[in-house]
Write a protein that binds this ligand. Sequence first.
Ligand code: AMP
Ligand code: ZN
Length: 459
Amino acid sequence: MKLQFYNSVTSEKEEFQSISNNEVLVYGCGPTVYNSPHIGNFRTFVFYDLLNRVLLQNGYTVKNVINITDIDDKIIDRVNNEDIAFNDLTQKYERIFLDQSDSLNILPSTFNPRASEHISEMIHFIKSLIAKGVAYNVDGNIFFDTKEYSKYGKFVNIDDDNLSREDNELGKKHPNDFALWKAWKDSDGEITWASDWGNGRPAWHTECAVLGTQLLGESIDIHCGGIDLKFPHHENESAQVEALLGNQFANYWLHAEHLIFDSEKMSKSLGNTLSVSDLLKKYSPETLRLFLLSSHYRSKVSFSDKKLDDSSKMIDKIDRFINNFDLDTIDIDGVEYGSFHLSFLDALNDDLNTPEALGVFFDFINTINKNIDNESMTEDLKIQSKIFINLFNSIFSIINTSLSNKESIPKNIQHLASAREEMRNKSDWNEADKLRQKIESLGWLIEDTKNGQKLTQKK
Ligand code: AMP
Ligand code: ZN
C-alpha cells in the first residue's frame, strides 16, 4: 500500500506526495519548558517518532524540527515569582525533555530550536506582515488582522463557537485576531526584547511560524501536533505564513488525539498529570513506548495501570519469542519480505495504523510458535522471523536485537548504540561517529558486523 495520511485540513486520508523526491520536511510543535513533560505530551512526541520512522521505512530521509517553546506566560511567571533564572529554568526542562525522549527511543530531531534564540528573525517576520497590511499595532502589541486574510478558517468554520478568546483584553479589533508580539508589562520583569514597537516578546503562534520557515523552508511536507493545537495555534501559524508568502505552508497536517486520565485530557493546567519520570520508576521505557503505540494516534487513549501491565506482558511475550533464535547466526542478506512483513508495512502505511501492525506481528509470533511447538521450524521460517523482528523493531523500537548479551550492557550504552544505529540507517555518519566516540569514552567498544553492532567492554 502506498503511504497515506489523514490530513486534518481535508478530513480525509490522502496519498502522501513529498515535495522533494527523497527528503521529507516535518515540523512538530514541541514542549513548553516550564515543568516536566507528562505522559500525555509523550503520546504526541512518540507519535512524531512513529511518523519519522515510517517515513524512513518508506525510503525517505527526514529533516525535522521539534521546537522548544521557551517564551511563554507560564515560564515568565515562574521566573518572576521564584528564585530561578530564565535560562536555568528553561534549559533544565529542555534537558529533561531530551533525556526522556532518548529513554523512550525517540530518534533525535534534526533541529530543536529555542524560540528565545530566534527573536531577530521573528521581529523581521512581523515587520513583513505589517508591511503587507495584515498586521496592526495597538499600544505596542502587534496583532494579525484576520479580516485582511480571506482564507482564515482552514481548520474550523469561523462562527461564534470557534472564536478565539486569546488576548481579548489587549484591544484587538476582531475576536479571531491574534497577537504576534506582546508589549512589555510589569509582570514580565526582565524577560523582554527590544523591537521597533518597543520592548516586549514574540507570541507563541509566531514562534512556530518563524522557526518552521527559517529551518525547513517556506513550504514543508508535514506539520503535526496534539489535537488541541489545531485551532487556534495551527490555524494562526499557517495564516501568518500563507498571508506573507502566498504559498501553502504545510501540505499535510497531522494531529494526535489526547491521552485521557480520569475521563479528562491530561494537562498541566488541569493538574491531572503523571510525569514520565515518575512512571519510569515503575515501568520500563519500552513498556511506556509500547503502551503509547498500541492505540491509533487518532484515537483517544485513557491511561490505566492495567494497560501498562498488558504492554509489559506483550514485551515478555516478544522476548520469549526472540529467545528461540540465535539471531547472530541467521543470515538474512538479500532475502525479500514475505506476506506477514508486507501486511505489517501496509498497516503502517495506512495512516500509521499501529494496532493493526501489532496484530500482524503477534499473528506471526503465534504462527511461528506453533511451528516451534511441532518441531517443524525450517531455515526459511527462521530467516522470516529475523527479518520480522528487525522490521518490527525499526518502528516500535522496544527490543535490542543487534546487541548480544544485552542484559549485561548498561541501559545508557544500549540507548547510545541504538541511536548510533539509527544515525547510520539515516546515513548521518557525523552523528554516528560522535555517538561511537561517546560510547568509547564510557568504556565500551562498538564494532559493526554483518549482523549489526556488537558491543564489548574495554579491558
Ligand atoms: P505543551 O508542553 O503543553 O506545549 O505540549 C506539547 C505537546 O504535547 C503539544 O503538541 C500538545 O498538543 C501535546 N499534548 C499536551 N497534552 C496532551 C495530551 N493529554 N495528550 C496528547 N498530547 C498532548
Ligand atoms: Zn507550534
